[in-house]
Design a protein around this ligand. Structure first.
Ligand code: PEP
Length: 254
């Protein structure tokens, strides 16, 4: 199994100036070395802080990732960051297809797939996000939407060695609302089956839930069958809260 479970991933989004970001990274390194939490801990700070945080994480258990990458390796793409640049800055992983990119920047499945391919070519592991909107959820289209996004954005030759899939209902991100545990279980069971059909080692592929995860609900979510970890936004910006989510994951794994 390529990634130790549970996988606890923190997406900082567009948050963190140098002093705060370094302090948060230091607190996580410190907490991770003291806590009893097992599994994989990864953080995805803003690009401006990656190189500096990579130095602080050196020798620790905390992995570093980028929040997005370009589908091209280099060239005339003002403002974009390539996967080799992220790798060069010390990243091991990158998120692609986050709903804030799909919706806010009009990213299509084909573009997300190209980004995932570029990331893998640069030696990065990929956290591929998929998720339905509130309207799709209410219309009972969740599984069909997820199937479409998976089929459209899974890179060719995908493997559990370097691909992690995060199911993030758009309506649960940053809202404080989550699907019920039964809904998450049903959706993850479906995704696991689909991944088993689409990816040779899909049965062991890391499958995360994301959307309003916090310390108070992490234990319940991480105990759901086929939930291998969580992708956390808002609650990862406080070291205590993020480390408490990791602790909850360790308890759920017992
Ligand atoms: C996210 O943006 O991936 C996310 C899950 O955010 P939040 O935890 O704030 O809902």
């Amino acid at each position: 199994m390529p990634w130790a479970r549970p996988i606890i991933a923190g997406n900082w989004k567009m948050n963190g100036l140098r002093a705060d970001g370094l302090a948060l990274a230091d607190a996580l390194v410190n907490g991770a070395s003291q806590g009893s939490g097992a599994g994989t801990l990864a953080i995805f700070p803003p690009a401006t802080l990656l190189a500096a945080i990579a130095q602080r994480l050196a020798g620790s258990q905390v992995l570093l990732g980028g929040q997005d990458c370009a589908p091209q390796a280099k060239g005339a793409f003002t403002g974009d960051l390539s996967a080799p640049m992220l790798q060069d800055a010390g990243c091991r992983l990158v998120i692609v297809g986050h709903s804030e990119r799909r919706q806010g920047h009009g990213e299509t499945d084909a573009l997300v797939q190209a980004k995932a391919k570029a990331a893998h070519a640069a030696g990065l592991a990929v956290v591929l996000c998929i998720g339905e909107t509130e309207a799709e959820w209410q219309a009972g289209q969740t599984l069909a939407v997820l199937d479409r996004q998976l089929e459209g954005s899974l890179p060719e030759g995908a493997s559990a060695e370097w691909l992690i899939v995060a199911y993030e209902p758009v309506w649960a991100i940053g809202t404080g609302r989550t699907p019920t545990a039964a809904d998450i279980e049903r959706t993850h069971a479906h995704l696991r089956k689909r991944l088993g059909q689409l990816v040779p080692d899909g049965a062991s592929l890391g499958l995360l839930y994301g959307g309003s995860v916090k310390a108070a609900n992490a234990g319940e979510i991480l105990a759901i069958p086929e939930v291998d970890g969580v992708l956390v936004g808002g609650a990862c910006l406080q070291a205590d809260e993020f480390l408490a989510i990791r602790q909850a994951g360790s308890r759920a794994a017992r």
